[in-house]
Design a protein around this ligand. Structure first.
Ligand code: ADP
Ligand code: MG
Length: 687
């Protein structure tokens, strides 16, 4: 058996210096090394005739050196090396820069392979700085070559050689990580084959097979781990049993509106959880404005009337203040004391508040991250609500939970997450969904337009503002574009200048972005809320649920740059009042995918449908970062690309855990190891 935990510096070709470079890539052990997967592959297996190459593409060509390498020195440190080669179709001029040693490696009259980008001007064909190999002993060409993610002075051929040596050590000696029966059932390669082939596939089919196997391992261990974690929480921890005699309907019947069926259903789930001894860990998903907050208030009522305190965690100060007003509105009349803890309070006020919290005079404490600080002590915290979860990591949730004695936890999010993904991202939580908007809600009329319509859009904004409404203009970047890729993206400050000085100069225009101080941001937001600002230009910092019922129009610049789920959340900022509301998506670049994505936005207003469609269309890429959910990054799996595999693995994981809740059966031993490894190396997951 090989010791996978051995220090990587003992692998042939490494040593202390390269060892340090590898450490920088988070490669410390042999295991880290062999699971350092390529980010890409280059097919250098196909040899192209020189006459068939096209300008600007990469090729492997094979030809005879017509002379020695010819070196020209420009100065002592600068040189270029030239060589003319020939195959049976044409000649090609090869140039290297500052590599005089190639002269020693290449002999006149012998055959070599070259891999690189070709330039073809008139009838001369050239290749600059190619990889090269002798035909007999090829290491860099003639096959599929893995390309690794590198950030430092290790070269691709260095790391390739090192990984090759690492693979030699473990070859055919790795212990199978899955029950053997799965290999057949799911058509998977064994672990030894997969490990070798992911680095050095002989064909792209080999690569796909290897990847499939490794993705399976990764998804299965993640899903099993999360399910086990949940089981553990359920079976062992004793939480609070809230008073069955406290009726949520006391509040529900007093509300100025009727709750939707979805809200009532969710409240039933929550009530049931609250009356059980095991702590509630529930995720409440629902579109912006679907009425999650009111649900949390009703649950908070039950908690307070049963003798416990509640804390409500909001992602920004302004939201915390907004919540305070809303909570007071609904709950004060039942004698419930609500307070907010936010930055910028005077030391004296803060001290007084904290004392009241500590001796139980405050029933509901609403606040930002400030609530997580150590000096915030509750007398009897029994219920924790976190709003807009994607701003809080799992760790932070654990911190607030620790201030109570196994309190019930309700996590609210407006990010629509398809169920399959929710099971991965929140596998440790039960899930409730509000899939219905209150009946009085106005649909936000959405239009997608290209640049040609700019004038008309501006006129439309003016018309709305003249009739007393307010407008948001959202754009993706803060500062002026730095790289040329984003050169044509609008940035807030640049747009601000243009809009304030020219287009909307007769209106009150302000801007807001994430790099401003929290206090400045709050001030701007408050002024917007108070109607002192008519047009607010902003990055996505307004995404989080601030209520400005008078805002009736949102223009989104470079809408093609946003995820659809994000666009949907953004547009939820308007249409929160009595006025007809509009969202205008301005997009660049008219490829089909962009157009289809924009069309979905104009046709659909259901967040879940939008999220599913976005996944289908994009296939892969950043739907939303998994990091911010506190979930470890996957090494090889891609939740989007591997959606089908994920579904398969999820039903398998659920079946396994149902039959063997602690993975104690002999045949599940390998799985237990697999999970353990994943979850101990990623400690943040164990909350
Ligand atoms: P969310 O937190 O999901 O974004 P809120 O709870 O803030 O949504 O609700 C948005 C607005 O709709 C609030 O003003 C709230 O009082 C109101 N509201 C909530 N539920 C209903 C309902 N069933 N009928 C009418 N209005 C509702
Ligand atoms: Mg909200």
């Amino acid at each position: 058996m090989v010791d996978l935990n051995q220090d990587v510096k003992y692998v042939k070709g490494v040593g202390p210096n390269r060892g340090k470079l590898l450490n920088k890539l988070d490669i410390y052990t042999l295991k880290d090394l062999i699971t350092y997967y390529p980010r890409n592959y280059e097919d250098r297996s196909i040899i192209t005739k020189i006459k068939d190459v096209k300008d600007g593409e990469k090729y492997t060509i094979e030809g005879t050196a017509l002379s020695e390498v010819n070196i020209r020195y420009i100065n002592r440190n600068k040189s270029y090396e030239k060589l003319l080669i020939k195959d049976d179709t044409d000649t090609c001029l090869i140039t290297w820069f500052n590599q005089p040693y190639v002269k020693d490696n290449i002999k006149k009259g012998k055959k070599y392979r070259f891999y690189g980008k070709v330039s073809k001007k008139n009838s001369t064909i050239e290749m600059n700085s190619p990889m090269y190999d002798s035909v007999e002993k090829s290491n860099n060409t003639g096959k599929i070559i893995p390309i690794y993610p590198l950030t430092n002075s290790l070269s691709q051929s260095n790391i390739r050689k090192i990984i090759e040596n690492g693979i030699k050590i473990v070859e055919n000696k790795l212990q199978e990580t899955l029950p053997i029966s799965y290999l057949e059932e799911y058509h998977l390669l064994d672990i030894n084959k997969a490990t070798k082939q992911i680095h050095f596939p002989e064909s792209f089919n080999d690569f796909h097979l290897a990847r499939k196997r490794l993705v399976f391992d990764e998804l299965l261990s993640m899903q099993l781990g999360l399910l086990l974690l949940r089981n553990e929480n359920e079976s062992e921890i004793k939480g609070i049993k809230y008073d069955k005699n406290i009726q949520m309907s006391d509040v529900i019947n007093d509300l100025p509106f009727k709750l939707t069926k979805a809200q009532l259903r969710v409240l039933e789930d929550i009530n049931e959880d609250m009356e059980k001894e095991k702590p509630m860990n529930r995720l409440l998903q629902g579109d912006v404005g679907s009425g999650k907050t009111i649900v949390s208030m009703i649950a908070a009522y039950k908690a307070v009337k049963s003798g416990y305190q509640v804390s409500v965690l909001a992602p920004t100060m302004i939201l915390a203040k907004q919540h305070l007003i809303n909570f007071k509105n609904i709950l004060e009349k039942y004698g419930i004391v609500c307070e907010a803890l936010v930055g910028g309070m005077s030391a004296k006020k803060k001290k007084e508040l904290l004392e009241k919290v500590a001796n139980g005079e405050v029933d509901i404490l609403i606040g930002t991250h400030a609530i997580l600080e150590e000096n915030v002590v509750f007398k009897k915290l029994g219920f924790v609500v976190t709003d807009e979860q994607h701003r809080f990591g799992v760790k932070q949730r654990a911190k607030i939970v620790a201030k109570g004695n196994n309190p019930d936890v309700l996590v609210m999010t407006a990010t629509p997450i398809p169920r399959t993904l929710a099971l991965i991202l929140y596998g440790d939580l039960d899930i409730s969904i509000i899939d219905e908007l209150p009946p009085n809600r106005k649909k936000v009329e959405t239009f997608a337009v290209s640049k040609r319509y700019e004038e008309r859009v501006n006129e439309f904004v003016k018309k709305e503002v003249k009739s007393g409404r307010q407008a948001y203009i959202v754009c993706p970047l803060v500062e002026e574009a730095e790289d040329e890729n984003s050169a044509n993206l609008k940035s807030v400050t640049e747009l601000y200048e243009k809009y304030k000085m020219e287009v909307f100069k007769e209106y009150k225009v302000e801007y807001l972005h994430g790099k401003m101080k929290p206090k400045e941001k709050d001030e701007i937001m408050n002024r917007f809320k108070a109607g002192e600002i008519e047009i607010l230009i902003s990055t996505t910092v307004i995404e989080v649920g601030v209520d400005v019922p008078n805002a009736s129009i949102m223009v989104i610049e470079n809408a093609e740059r946003f995820g659809l789920a994000q666009l949907h959340q953004l547009r939820g900022r308007v249409g929160r009042g009595e006025y007809a509301s509009y969202c205008v998506l301005k997009y660049n670049g008219g490829n089909d995918i962009v157009r289809q994505r924009m069309e979905i936005m104009t046709k659909t207003d259901n967040g879940f449908t939008i999220a599913e469609k976005d996944l289908q269309l994009r296939g892969s890429g950043e739907f939303f970062g998994t990091k911010q959910h506190g979930i470890p990054e996957f090494k090889i799996a891609n939740l989007f690309q591997d959606m089908e595999a994920l579904k398969e693995v999820q039903s398998l994981a659920i079946k396994i855990v149902n039959e063997d809740p602690k993975l104690e059966k002999e045949e599940n031993k390998p799985l237990k190891l697999l999970v353990k490894e994943k979850f101990t190396s990623k400690a943040e997951l164990t909350i």
